[in-house]
Design a protein around this ligand. Sequence first.
Ligand SMILES: [Zn+2]
Length: 154
Amino acid sequence: MIVSGVNGYELQRIIDGINKHYQTSMVFYDMVTYSVKLRNRTKQVVRVVPRARFALRLQDSADPFHKRSGKRRSRTRCVCWHGMALFMMRLFRAHPNAKLKTSLLRYSDLDDFLAKFKSTGKGKGEVRYDELCDCRQGTQEFVWAVVQELFVVG
Ligand SMILES: [Zn+2]
């Protein structure tokens, strides 16, 4: 994903909070940070916006928000749909002016995110993205409950 308007330090604080509250091990993967100069009509720089491109991973695939994949549904270090939802919600709550672009959609603010993100759980064809994990099962049930609540409360 690509996040605009939030620096690397602020992004780190978001995953630190998630790791603490959900006893998981989210990390940034392949992160590239840069800045974009916004110019006016006379080419003067009016604002410099931090931008970061990265993926989310877990340090341990046994931790909450792991994604499962393949025919055997093996556990991976990729972050599941619910973990992504949580990260994005916390991003927009802490930084209302942030912009977010994923491979699927662009989000301009929290309301835009809440309006669009849920539909991405349906996935493509027979695969539901919001079922490629263990959030609704066993010890992970609390994770699912909290994420559900966040969606409802908005
Ligand atoms: Zn999940």
